[in-house]
Design a protein around this ligand. Structure first.
Ligand code: ZN
Ligand code: ZN
Length: 111
């Protein structure tokens, strides 16, 4: 009897884990399908900065070479990582609130 209960609990916990995992993957998939402006809005400024500091994409947390100036978009999920200042056209982090070169507020406003 005790053995049967153990099996039932294992099965239930296993099922719960699978459902939770599926839900997580589904959410991840929906997030990756969103336009990147929406996705950048969803990310908090500090979360984005922390992930950039770890050299991973703020959108999908996969490693990205941020020192390569040819990379403006994450090759894994397509989120915009670098754009140009609307004022002085300097290349800057798409997550920065202000241009580091001229101090103009970034397009899209403060997130
Ligand atoms: Zn990404
Ligand atoms: Zn600027």
């Amino acid at each position: 009897m005790r053995y049967a209960v153990g099996i039932i609990i294992t099965v239930l916990v296993g099922r719960y884990a699978i459902v939770a995992l599926n839900r997580y993957l589904e959410k991840q998939k929906q997030a990756e399908a969103m336009p990147d402006v929406e996705r950048r809005k969803e990310l908090s400024y500090d979360t984005a900065l922390a992930r950039l500091a770890k050299k991973v994409c703020p959108g999908c947390e996969r490693p990205v070479d941020l020192t390569n100036t040819a990379i403006d978009y994450c090759p894994h999920c397509g989120i915009c990582l670098f754009d140009r200042c609307g004022q002085c056209k300097e290349r800057k982090s798409a997550f920065a609130r202000f241009c580091h070169a001229c101090g103009a507020m970034a397009q899209g406003g403060a997130g």
